[in-house]
Design a protein around this ligand. Structure first.
Ligand SMILES: [Zn+2]
Ligand SMILES: [Zn+2]
Ligand SMILES: [Zn+2]
Ligand SMILES: [Zn+2]
Ligand SMILES: [Zn+2]
Ligand SMILES: [Zn+2]
Ligand SMILES: [Zn+2]
Length: 1731
C-alpha cells in the first residue's frame, strides 16, 4: 500500500504502526520472541523494504552486498574482546584493530600490543589517519582498491535514493519521538487509534549501578512475593537490557507494585530503585523504536548512500528554529535512556556517522556544540562510561585533522577547559582554589573523563600552524591556565605543633588530578614550543598568571640577613610555621616553557614580552623552593604530627607518575633562579628558606639531640638540592642533551642498582602521552639482555662501559635506591681490586641560558658552607656533622674541580674565570689558625670515622693536582708541560705497580688457602677408607662360614650371574642396613622387622596420566567397581607418591593428632587440607600428604646355585604348572565342602597327573612366614585402607575384599607411571630416579609384598585364581576378561605378590623358600610375557607391510611360524600375510615398556642389582640387558618354542576368545603397543593464535553475546566456558563450574587449564582447591604477562611448558596447589567449585 503515491508516507507509516505495534508487543511479561519477530517482519518490515527498494528485499540486499564493501572495518568491540595496537605504526595508542584485521595486517610482525576491550570501541582498520603505515588489512585493502570502480556500481539508483529520503525521516522521527517520550499513559496523537484505552499497564524496573544484584533480587521477592528463580530472571534481564516489566495489570495494581518495590529497595540501601508504570502501548512502541534502530543499523552496512542520507536527515535543523537536530536530541537524551536503548543508539552512530569521514566531522561539530551539557549529564548519570555517548569523544578527538578542525572552528580546547571549570566549582574555596576535602570519589572519576578529552585533543601536534589555529590554541591555553590558577597553591597545609592532627586530610583527589594532568601539561608545553611566537606569548601569559598568584604575602616587611660579607633582603617566611602547598602547576608550567625557550634559543627575545622589572626571579623561585624545603622538613621528621597523608603526598611528588611536572620542574625553577640571581644571594635565600641561616653562623651549643639530628638532616637535604641544582643537567634546554640521552641516563642509574626485568624498568620510567617510555630505542646501547631459565624472568644487565656514568647523587634515586646503588657499585669496584672512590661523572655543559648556574660552586657562601662542614668533621665535633654530609661536600668539590678542569681544557687559562681551585685553596679567615679546604681534606684522610671516604678524598686531592697542573701548564713553556705530563704518567704507573703487587699478593693468599683445604680433604678421605675397611670386614664376618666358602668358589662365576633377577641363576639381593632419621624427633633408628615401624609420608591420588582414551566415562564412585583387572587403556589408576621424608609411626601419629586437635579448636578457619580425609602437610617440606607408607625392610635372599641347578632338572614349566594346578584344585576340593560357587572347576584333564598331590608344592623348599612387629602390621593396614579409600572413593573399610587388589594395582600403576616418566625424560631406567621417587617406590613395593600377610589367605588365593585365569584359561572362573581386555603388567604384579598364598597351610604359616620363589617368579613372569607377546601380535601387528625388504633373521622366522599358529587358532581371522620381520619389529617395540616395568618391579622386590647397561640410555643395549636381567631369550619367540607343549593349549584358548575374534574382525578396537606416551596438548607458538581461537569460541549452552571466559584443558584440548552459570553442571547434587566438572572426568579430579583471556594456567584438584600458575608464554624480554596487562607479543616457551608437563606426569599438581595455597592465602576466598 505504501507504494501508492497518492498517500503521504509519514501518515501511512504511522497508521500502520499504530495498528500493528501494540498487538505484536502485547505479551511483554512473557514474550514469544520468535513469534514477535516473525510478525514484525511480515506486517511492517517486508512491505516497508519492498517500498524502499522497489523490489524483493532479499534479492536487492544480496545484490548490494556483492557490489562492494567499505574500506573501513568499523567493527564495534564487545567487552572482553581482544584488540591490537601497533607501537611502530599507530598514531596513538587509541588506534586499534580487531582480531581479523590484525591477523591480516602487516602489524602482525611489528611490535604490537594486545589488550582486552572494555567494550564500545571500534576497529580503526582503513582509517588512514590512524596509522603511519599499513592502514589497511588485506581484507579491507581489497575493498579500498576496488572503491573507485565499484563505488559507481554500488551506488543506489535514483529511485531507491528518492524513497530513502522519504522513508528515513519518518523512521528517524518515530525513533526519536518514542525514545524521548515521557508520558506514562499517553501516546502521541498520531499513534493513538481509539479514544478508549485499555487499562493495561506495566510496572517497569530500571537498571542502576547503585543497587547490587542481590539487593534487586531481595527487593523484588519482598515486593512482588515472587519466587527466587523469577526474581533472578528479572534481575538478569534488567542488568542486561536496562529495564524490564516485572508486573502487568491495571494502573492501580502497577502503581501499588511500584510503591512496594521502592519501599523495599529503600530499606536495603539509601536510594529507592527506579520504577515506572507505563501503559502497554507506550511500552510496545518504545520497544519497536529500538527494533527499528537495529533495522537501520543493518541497512547502514549495505551502502554508503544509505549512510549519507541517514546522516543528512539526522543533522537537519528546522529552519529558523533553535531546536537541536535529531541526532543532537538523542545525544542530549542519552543519559536518560536505559542501557538497551543506548546500545542501539551508539551502534547506529558507529555504523553511520563514523563510517563516513565527512559526516563524522559534522557529528563531531554537533558533539562539541553540546559538549558541556553532555558532560554534565554524564557526571550526574550513574551508568558506566562505556554506556555514555560522551565515550565517543575518543573516536573523534584523536583523529588529527578532526582535532585541528575542532580547535580552529569550535574552540574545543576552550570548551573542554570551561566545562572542567563548570563541573568543579563545588570544590572551590573562598580564595578560588580547589579543595577536595570530603570529595565524592565516583563523581570525581567522571570528571577525569573530561580531562582525558583534553589529552585526546592534544595527542597529535599540528605540523602546520595557521594564524587562526595559533589564536585559538592560545585562547585555549589561557583558559587552561585558569584551571591551573585554581590549583596553584591549593590544599595548603600548616605544620602541626604539639598535637597530632585528628583526621588525615583527603589528599588522593588532588594528586590524582595532578597525575591526570601530567602529560597534558607536557603536551601544552610541546605545542607551545612548535612556534616561536606562540611560545613567547604563552610564556608571557603564564608568567602573568604566576605573578598574580604570588601577590599575597608581599605585605610583610623585608628583613636583612648577612653572611660572609653578603647581604640578602627578603620578606620573612618560614615553611615550618606558615602555610605551604605542594601544588604549583603554574610555576612548573613556566619552568617547562622556560627550558623550551632556552632550547629553541627564543630566550633572547624574552625581554620583548616580559620586561626585566616585571620578571622578578626571586618571586618565581620562592614557591618551588618552599615545596622542596617542605620535603626536607618531612625527611627531618618535623611534620610527624601531620600524619600519613603528607608522607604520601611527598612520595608522589617525587614518584615517577608525577615527578616530571612536580619535583623535576621545581629543580629546574631553582636552576633558573641560580642562573639569573647573584650566586651568593641565591645561596643565602636557600639557607634562609631551609631555616639553616644560624647553623652556618657561629654554632650555638645545644644539648637537644633531636634538634641536632633535625638540623643535620636539613643540612643534608639542602646539600643534596645544591648538588642537583649544579649537577643535574639532563634536560633538553638545560644542556644540549636529547631525549634519548635522558632515558639512557635513567636506565643506567636503574641498572646500577641491580639487573632488572624489562617490565620493572618500564615501570620506573615516565610514560609519555602514548604510554611509551622510549625504553626500546636505547636499551641495547646501555644493557645486555640475559635470558631466563625455566622460572623467573629475563633481566637486563648494564654494559661495563656505562658504569662510568654512575652518579651516586642521581636526583631520581629514592633514599633506599641511593644506598643500594652505592653499595652495589662499591662492591663491584672492590671485586675488581680497584679503589672505592665514586666521583661524579663529568656533566654535560649547561646551555647558554643556564651557564651561570656553575657560579654557585665557587661563590663565597658556597665555600663557607663547604669549609664549615669539613672543619666540623676534622675537629671531630661529632654531633654537628654526618658521613652523608661529608659525602655530599666531597661530591660538590668534585663537581667544582671537574668544571674547572673542563673549562681549562677548552679555553686558554687566562680566559677561564671559574676559579674553584683558587677559592678552595684560599684561607677561610685571616686568623692564625685559619685553614683552607685543601688542608682540611688532607686532615680528613686521618679521621677514623671516614675510612670509607678515604678513596674519594684521594681522588679529589689528585684532581686538585690535575687542575693545578693545568693552570701551571699554560703559564709555563711547552717543554715543561711535557715533563709534567710525563710526571703524571709516572704517577699513574706507580699506582699501577702498586695495584699489580696487591693483586699478586691476593692471588698468592688464595693459592695457599686452596692448598690447605686440599690437604684437609685428603686426610678426611684416608680416614674414610680406614673406617670403611673395618665396616667391610665386619660384614664379611657376620655373613657366615659356609657362605664365605661358597662365595670364594663361585666368585669368578658369580660375577656373570649376579645381575639376573629370576630363576635358578638369580643373583644375590643387595640389602644394605638401613638407618633412618625421623624428621620429627631427629632420632635415628635401624629399619628392622621386629622394631617399631618407621613410615614415609605419602600421597595417594587417582590419576589419568596414562590414559589412552579420554572419552571413556569414569565412574565417580567405586562402590561397585572390581579393580582386580586393569583395562589396557589404563583409564584411571591409583598413584602413590612420596616426598621421601621418614618419621617414626608413633611420632607421625602424635603429629597428626595434634594437628587435628588444633584445627578442631579453630573451627571456622578454612583449611588448605582436609583432615577428615587424612590430609596433612609433610612436617619438613610442606608437601600435601594423605597417608604414610610403612617401611618394610627387604629380606636379603641368596640362593645356592648348585641346589638351584639340581631343582631345575625336575621342575620344568609343565611340571610346575601341574603342581600349581593340583594345589589349587586341592584347595577347591577342600572348599567345595563349604561354599561351592567359589571353587574353580579344573577342566583340563590332559595335564592332570595322579602322581602329584596337594602337598607337592611344598617339596621344593619352604620357610616360615615372616613375622612383622605389631606396629608395622598396624601401618600396613592403615596404608592399605587409604589406598582403597582414595583409589575407589569409598568409605574406609579395613575388611573389604578389594583391599589387596588395590594394593597390587597402585603398585603396578605407580611403576608404570615412573617408567613412563623416565622414558619421556630420556633418562636411564636405573640410577636416575630422584631420591624421593626411589625411596617411595622401594617402600611401596616392599609394602605391597608384605600387605598379603594382613589379609585372610583364602581371600588372596581367590584373587590369585582369578588372575591366573587370564593366563590359564583352564580355570573356569567367571568374569575373566579376554587377553585383549587386560593390562598384563597389572596381572604380573598381582600374581607374583599373591602367589605365596598357595603355601598357606592350616596349621603352619609357610612361604616359599628362596629357591622356590626363584622358580615361581620365573615361570609366572614367563607366562605373563607369553601372554603379552600374544597380545601385542594380536593387536598391533596388523599394519600392511611397507616396501621395505628384510633379511630373514632368526627372530623373523620364529615370528613367522608363531603367526601361522595364531592364524590357525583364530580360524584365519588373523592375517598370515604379515611378514615375520614386521611382527618381530612390533613385538620388540611393543614389549619394551612391559619389560622395563617388570625390571623395576623385580628389582625393588628382590634387590638384585641390574646390569650396567640399564644405568645408561641405549636402545639396543637396553633390550639385551632387560632380557638377561629377566631371564628371557633375546629372541622372545624362543619362549614359545621351548614351552610349546605347555603353551600350545593356552594359546589356542587365548585366541579363540570371542572378544579377540571380534577384535580381529575389526568389530572393536584394541589398544596397540607400545601405548602412546601422553603429553600436554600442542600449543601454538604465537599467543595471539590462542586469543583468536578464544574469540571464535561459542558457549555450547547459551547463545547470548555476553563476555565469556574460555579456558583450554591442557590434558585433552577441550575449550570450556568457565565461571559462567550457563555451563554449570549438577554433580551429586552440587553445582559445579565447567572446569571443575570437566576435571572430574578428564583428570580424575586433578586438571590443568589455560585461561586464555587472562593468560594464566589454573591447576585444580577436586572441588575446593586450586591455584594459579604462570602460563608458559613469554614476551621477548623473558617475562610472563598474567592478565595481559602489558600486552606485549607472547611466544611459547617450550622449557616452561615441559615443566608443566612434568608437573602433571610426576603427579605433583596437588603438591603445587598446596604449596601455592600456603603462600598465597588470598585464594581462600575463591570459589573453585564454580570455575
Ligand atoms: Zn577490523
Ligand atoms: Zn581490516
Ligand atoms: Zn605496525
Ligand atoms: Zn620420631
Ligand atoms: Zn616431605
Ligand atoms: Zn580435558
Ligand atoms: Zn556457557
Amino acid at each position: 500500500m505504501w507504494w501508492d503515491e497518492r498517500f503521504d508516507f509519514q501518515t501511512t507509516f504511522l497508521q500502520c504502526l499504530a495498528k500493528h505495534v501494540p498487538n505484536i508487543y502485547s505479551a511483554e511479561m512473557d514474550p514469544l520472541l520468535e513469534k514477535q519477530e516473525e510478525m514484525v517482519q511480515t506486517t511492517i518490515f517486508y512491505p516497508m523494504e519492498c517500498y524502499l527498494f522497489g523490489e524483493d528485499p532479499d534479492i536487492f540486499l544480496e545484490k548490494l552486498q556483492q557490489s562492494g564493501t567499505s574500506q573501513l572495518c568499523g567493527k564495534v568491540f564487545k567487552g572482553g574482546e581482544t584488540t591490537y595496537s601497533c607501537r611502530d605504526c599507530a598514531v596513538d595508542p587509541t588506534c586499534v584493530l580487531c582480531m581479523d584485521c590484525f591477523q591480516n595486517s602487516i602489524h602482525k610482525n611489528h611490535r604490537y600490543k594486545m589488550h582486552s576491550s572494555t567494550g564500545g570501541g571500534f576497529c580503526d582498520c582503513g582509517d588512514t589517519e590512524a596509522w603511519k603505515t599499513g592502514p589497511l588489512c588485506t581484507k579491507h585493502e581489497h575493498g579500498a582498491s576496488g572503491t573507485a570502480k565499484e563505488n559507481s556500481e554500488c551506488q543506489l539508483n535514483e529511485e531507491v535514493m528518492e524513497h530513502s529520503r522519504r522513508v528515513f525521516p519518518s523512521v528517524i522521527k518515530y525513533i526519536v519521538d518514542m525514545l524521548i517520550w515521557e508520558e506514562e499513559k499517553e501516546l502521541p496523537l498520531e499513534l493513538t487509534i481509539s479514544r478508549e484505552k485499555a487499562d493495561n499497564y506495566y510496572c517497569v524496573l530500571f537498571n542502576d549501578e547503585h543497587h547490587s544484584y542481590d539487593h534487586v533480587i531481595y527487593s523484588l521477592q519482598r515486593a512482588l512475593g515472587c519466587e527466587l528463580g523469577e526474581a533472578q530472571l528479572h534481575t538478569t534481564a534488567i542488568d542486561k537490557e536496562g529495564r524490564r516489566a516485572v508486573k502487568a495489570g491495571h494502573y492501580a495494581t502497577c502503581q501499588e507494585a511500584k510503591e512496594e518495590i521502592k519501599r523495599h529497595s529503600e530499606n536495603v540501601s539509601q536510594r529507592p530503585l527506579h520504577v515506572e508504570v507505563l501503559h502497554a502501548d507506550v511500552m510496545a512502541h518504545q520497544k519497536f523504536a529500538l527494533r527499528l534502530g537495529s533495522w537501520l543499523n543493518k541497512l547502514m552496512s549495505y551502502s554508503s548512500d544509505f549512510r549519507q542520507i541517514f546522516c543528512q536527515i539526522c543533522l537537519k535543523e528546522d529552519a529558523g528554529s533553535e531546536k537541536p537536530c535529531f541526532i543532537s536530541k538523542l545525544m542530549l537524551w542519552d543519559a536518560k535512556l536505559h542501557k538497551g536503548a543506548r546500545k542501539v543508539l551508539h551502534e547506529l552512530i558507529f555504523s553511520s556517522f563514523f563510517m563516513e569521514m565527512e559526516y563524522k566531522k559534522l557529528f563531531a561539530v554537533e558533539f562539541v556544540k553540546y559538549y558541556k551539557a553532555l558532560q554534565k549529564e554524564y557526571i550526574n548519570d550513574d551508568h558506566d562510561r562505556v554506556l555514555s555517548v560522551t565515550a565517543l569523544s575518543v573516536q573523534m578527538f584523536t583523529v588529527p585533522t578532526l582535532a585541528r578542525h575542532l580547535i580552529e572552528e569550535q574552540k574545543v580546547i576552550t570548551t573542554i577547559t570551561e566545562t572542567l571549570l563548570e563541573v568543579l566549582p563545588e570544590y572551590l574555596d573562598k580564595n578560588d582554589k580547589f579543595n577536595f576535602q570530603g570529595y565524592n570519589q565516583e563523581k570525581l572519576n567522571r570528571v577525569y573523563a573530561v580531562i582525558y578529552d583534553l589529552r585526546y585533543v592534544l595527542i597529535s601536534k599540528p605540523t602546520l600552524w595557521t594564524d587562526h589555529l595559533r589564536e585559538r590554541f592560545l585562547e585555549g591555553f589561557v583558559s587552561f591556565l585558569r584551571i591551573l590558577t585554581c590549583m596553584q597553591g591549593m590544599e595548603e597545609i600548616k605544620r602541626q605543633i604539639g598535637q597530632h592532627i585528628e583526621v588525615d586530610p583527603d589528599w588522593e583527589a588532588a594528586i590524582a588530578i595532578q597525575m591526570q594532568l601530567k602529560n597534558i601539561l607536557l603536551m601544552f608545553q610541546e605545542w607551545c614550543a612548535c612556534d616561536e611566537e606562540l611560545l613567547l606569548k604563552a610564556y608571557k601569559e603564564c608568567h602573568k598568571a604566576v605573578m598574580r598568584c604570588s601577590a599575597n604575602g608581599r605585605s610583610r616587611e623585608k628583613t636583612v640577613f648577612h653572611l660572609c660579607g653578603h647581604t640578602l633582603e627578603s620578606r620573612p617566611y618560614r615553611v615550618s610555621t606558615d602555610p605551604v602547598s605542594i601544588h604549583l602547576p603554574l610555576s612548573r608550567t613556566l619552568a617547562g616553557l622556560h627550558v623550551r625557550l632556552s632550547k629553541t634559543g627564543t630566550i633572547s627575545r624574552l625581554h620583548e614580552f616580559v620586561s626585566p622589572e616585571e620578571f622578578q626571579v626571586d618571586l618565581l623561585v620562592e614557591y618551588p623552593l618552599r615545596c622542596l624545603v617542605l620535603v626536607a622538613q618531612v625527611a627531618a621528621e618535623m611534620w610527624r604530627r601531620n600524619g600519613l597523608s603528607l608522607i604520601s603526598q611527598v612520595f608522589y611528588y617525587q614518584d615517577v607518575k608525577c615527578r616530571e611536572e612536580m619535583y623535576d620542574k621545581d629543580i629546574i625553577m631553582l636552576q633558573i633562579g641560580a642562573s639569573l640571581m647573584d650566586p651568593n644571594h641565591f645561596l643565602l635565600l636557600i639557607l634562609q628558606r631551609y631555616e639553616l641561616a644560624d647553623a652556618f653562623k657561629k654554632m650555638k651549643p645545644t644539648k637537644d639531640q633531636d634538634l641536632i639530628k633535625q638540623c643535620n638532616v636539613l643540612i643534608e637535604e639542602m646539600l643534596q638540592i645544591l648538588i642537583y641544582v649544579v649537577g643535574e643537567r639532563y634536560v633538553p634546554g638545560v644542556s644540549n642533551v636529547t631525549k634519548e640521552d635522558v632515558i639512557m641516563r635513567e636506565i643506567i642509574h636503574l641498572l646500577c642498582i641491580e639487573p632488572m626485568a624489562h617490565s620493572a624498568i618500564t615501570k620506573s620510567l615516565p610514560e609519555n602521552e602514548n604510554n611509551e617510555t622510549g625504553l626500546e630505542n636505547v636499551i641495547d646501547k646501555v644493557a645486555t639482555f640475559k635470558k631466563p631459565g625455566v622460572s623467573g624472568h629475563g633481566v637486563y644487565e648494564l654494559k661495563d662501559e656505562c658504569l662510568k656514568e654512575f652518579n651516586m647523587f642521581f636526583y631520581h634515586y629514592t633514599k633506599t635506591q641511593h644506598s643500594k646503588a652505592e653499595h652495589t657499585q662499591k662492591k663491584r669496584r672492590k671485586q675488581e681490586n680497584r679503589d672505592e672512590a665514586l666521583p661524579p661523572p663529568p656533566p654535560p655543559d649547561f646551555s647558554p641560558a643556564f651557564s651561570n648556574v656553575v657560579r654557585l660552586l665557587n661563590c663565597d657562601v658556597m665555600m663557607h658552607i663547604l669549609r664549615t662542614i669539613l672543619q666540623r668533621a676534622v675537629e671531630l665535633e661529632t654531633h654537628l656533622w654526618t658521613e652523608a654530609m661529608i659525602q655530599m661536600v666531597l661530591h660538590l668539590l668534585s663537581l667544582g674541580l671537574l668544571e674547572e678542569k673542563q673549562q681549562l681544557q677548552k679555553s686558554p687559562e687566562e680566559e677561564v674565570t671559574f676559579d674553584f681551585y683558587h677559592k678552595a685553596t684560599r684561607m677561610g679567615s685571616s686568623a692564625l689558625n685559619a685553614v683552607n679546604i685543601l688542608m682540611l681534606l688532607e686532615k680528613l684522610k686521618r679521621v677514623p670515622q671516614l675510612e670509607a671516604q678515604k678513596d674519594t678524598v684521594s681522588w679529589i686531592l689528585q684532581m686538585f693536582n690535575t687542575v693545578k697542573r693545568l693552570r701551571e701548564k699554560s703559564s709555563l713553556a711547552t717543554t715543561v708541560a711535557a715533563t709534567s705530563g710525563l710526571e703524571a704518567t709516572k704517577g699513574d704507573e706507580s699506582t699501577q705497580d702498586k695495584e699489580k703487587a696487591e693483586r699478586k699478593r691476593k692471588a698468592e693468599a688464595a693459592r695457599l688457602h686452596r692448598q690447605k683445604i686440599m690437604a684437609q680433604m685428603s686426610a678426611l678421605q684416608r680416614n674414610f677408607i680406614e673406617t670403611h675397611k673395618i665396616l667391610y670386614e665386619n660384614t664379611l664376618e657376620t655373613q657366615g662360614k659356609e657362605d664365605a666358602i661358597m662365595e670364594e668358589e663361585s666368585m669368578s662365576l658369580a660375577i656373570d650371574y649376579s645381575k639376573i633377577a629370576l630363576g635358578p641363576k638369580r643373583g644375590p639381593s643387595v640389602a644394605e642396613k638401613e638407618v633412618l632419621t625421623c624428621i620429627l624427633c631427629q632420632e635415628e633408628q635401624e629399619v628392622k622387622l621386629e622394631s617399631a615401624a618407621m613410615v614415609l609420608s605419602a600421597c595417594v591420588q587417582k590419576s589419568t596420566a596414562l590414559t589412552q582414551n579420554r572419552s571413556r566415562i569414569l565412574e565417580l564412585s567405586g562402590d561397585t567397581l572390581d579393580p582386580l583387572f586393569m583395562h589396557p587403556d589404563l583409564p584411571c589408576g591409583t598413584h602413590t607418591g612420596s616426598c621421601g621424608h621418614v618419621m617414626h609411626a608413633a611420632c607421625w601419629q602424635k603429629y597428626f593428632e595434634a594437628m587435628q586437635l588444633n584445627f578442631r579448636q579453630r573451627l571456622h578457619v578454612e583449611q588448605i587440607f582436609d583432615l577428615e580425609n587424612g590430609e596433612y602437610l609433610c612436617p619438613l617440606c610442606k608437601s600435601l600428604c594423605n597417608t604414610v607408607i610403612p617401611i618394610v625392610p627387604l629380606q636379603a635372599q641368596k640362593i645356592n646355585s648348585e641346589d638351584a641347578e639340581a631343582v631345575a632338572q625336575i621342575l620344568s614349566l609343565a611340571r610346575w604348572l601341574e603342581i600349581v594346578i593340583v594345589r589349587i584344585s586341592g584347595y577347591s576340593m577342600k572348599n567345595a565342602k563349604g561354599e561351592k560357587q567359589n571353587a574353580p572347576a579344573f577342566i583340563n584333564k590332559g595335564v592332570g597327573n595322579s602322581a602329584l598331590e596337594f602337598h607337592s608344592i611344598l617339596s621344593f623348599g619352604v620357610q616360615p612366614s615372616i613375622k612383622y612387629s605389631s606396629s608395622i602390621k598396624e601401618m600396613l593396614i592403615l596404608f592399605a585402607t587409604t589406598i582403597y579409600r582414595v583409589g575407589l572413593k569409598v568409605a574406609p573399610n579395613e575388611a573389604d575384599y578389594r583391599i589387596p587388589m588395590m594394593t597390587w594395582s597402585t603398585c603396578a600403576f605407580t611403576i608404570q607411571c615412573i617408567e613412563n616418566l623416565l622414558e619421556t625424560e630420556g633418562k636411564p631406567l636405573f640410577g636416575s630416579l630422584q631420591n624421593r621417587q626411589h625411596s617411595g617406590l622401594k617402600a611401596l613395593v616392599q609394602f605391597a609384598a608384605a600387605q598379603r600377610t594382613t589379609s585372610p589367605q583364602v581371600l588372596i588365593q581367590k584373587h590369585l585364581i582369578r588372575l591366573l585365569g587370564v593366563l590359564l584359561p583352564n580355570f573356569k572362573v567367571e568374569d575373566t576378561p579376554s587377553l585383549l581386555e587386560v593390562d598384563m603388567f597389572h596381572v604380573l604384579v598381582g600374581v607374583v605378590l599373591s602367589f605365596p598364598s598357595l603355601y598357606w597351610e592350616d596349621t603352619v604359616d609357610l612361604q616359599p623358600s628362596s629357591i622356590s620363589s626363584a622358580y615361581n617368579h620365573l615361570y609366572l613372569f614367563h607366562l605373563t610375557t607369553l601372554a603379552h607377546i600374544t597380545q601385542i601380535v594380536l593387536s598391533s601387528a596388523t599394519e600392511s607391510p611397507t616396501a621395505r625388504s628384510h633379511d630373514n633373521s632368526e627372530e623373523a622366522c620364529s615370528a613367522q611360524s608363531f603367526c601361522k599358529e595364531v592364524c590357525r587358532y583364530t580360524s584365519g581371522c588373523f592375517s598370515q600375510d604379515i611378514p615375520g620381520w614386521l611382527v618381530w619389529d612390533c613385538v620388540k617395540k611393543g614389549i619394551m615398556p612391559y619389560l622395563r616395568c617388570a625390571a623395576l618391579f623385580f628389582h625393588y622386590l628382590l634387590g638384585v642389582s641390574p646390569p650396567e647397561e640399564l644405568l645408561q640410555v641405549s636402545e639396543e643395549g637396553q633390550f639385551k640387558a632387560l632380557c638377561s636381567y629377566l631371564s628371557l631369550p633375546t629372541n622372545l619367540f624362543l619362549l614359545f618354542q621351548e614351552y610349546w607343549d605347555t603353551v600350545n593349549p593356552l594359546l589356542q584358548r587365548w585366541c579363540a576368545d570371542p572378544v579377540v575374534l571380534s577384535c580381529l574382525k575389526g568389530e572393536s578396537i584394541a589398544i596397540r603397543y607400545p601405548r602412546k606416551r601422553n603429553s600436554l596438548i600442542e600449543l601454538p607458538e604465537d599467543y595471539s593464535c590462542l586469543l583468536n581461537q578464544a574469540s571464535q569460541f561459542r558457549c555450547p549452552r547459551s547463545s547470548d553475546d555476553e563476555q565469556k571466559h574460555p579456558v583450554l584443558c591442557l590434558f585433552c584440548g577441550a575449550m570450556l566456558c568457565s565461571q559462567n552459570t550457563c555451563c554449570q553442571e549438577l554433580v551429586n547434587g552440587e553445582e559445579l563450574g565447567a572446569c571443575t566438572s570437566h576435571a572430574l572426568q578428564c583428570g580424575a579430579g586433578v586438571c590443568m587449564f589455560l585461561k586464555i583471556r587472562e593468560c594464566k594456567v589454573v591447576l585444580i584438584e577436586g572441588k575446593t582447591r586450586g591455584c594459579l600458575y604462570p602460563a608458559p608464554y613469554l614476551d621477548e624480554y623473558g617475562e610472563t604477562d598474567p592478565g595481559l596487562k602489558r600486552g606485549n607479543p607472547l611466544h611459547l616457551c617450550r622449557e616452561r611448558y615441559r615443566k608443566l608437563h612434568l608437573l602433571w606426569q610426576q603427579h605433583c599438581i596437588i603438591e603445587e596447589i598446596a604449596r601455592s595455597q600456603e603462600t598465597n592465602q588470598i585464594f581462600f576466598g575463591f570459589n573453585w567449585q564454580l570455575l
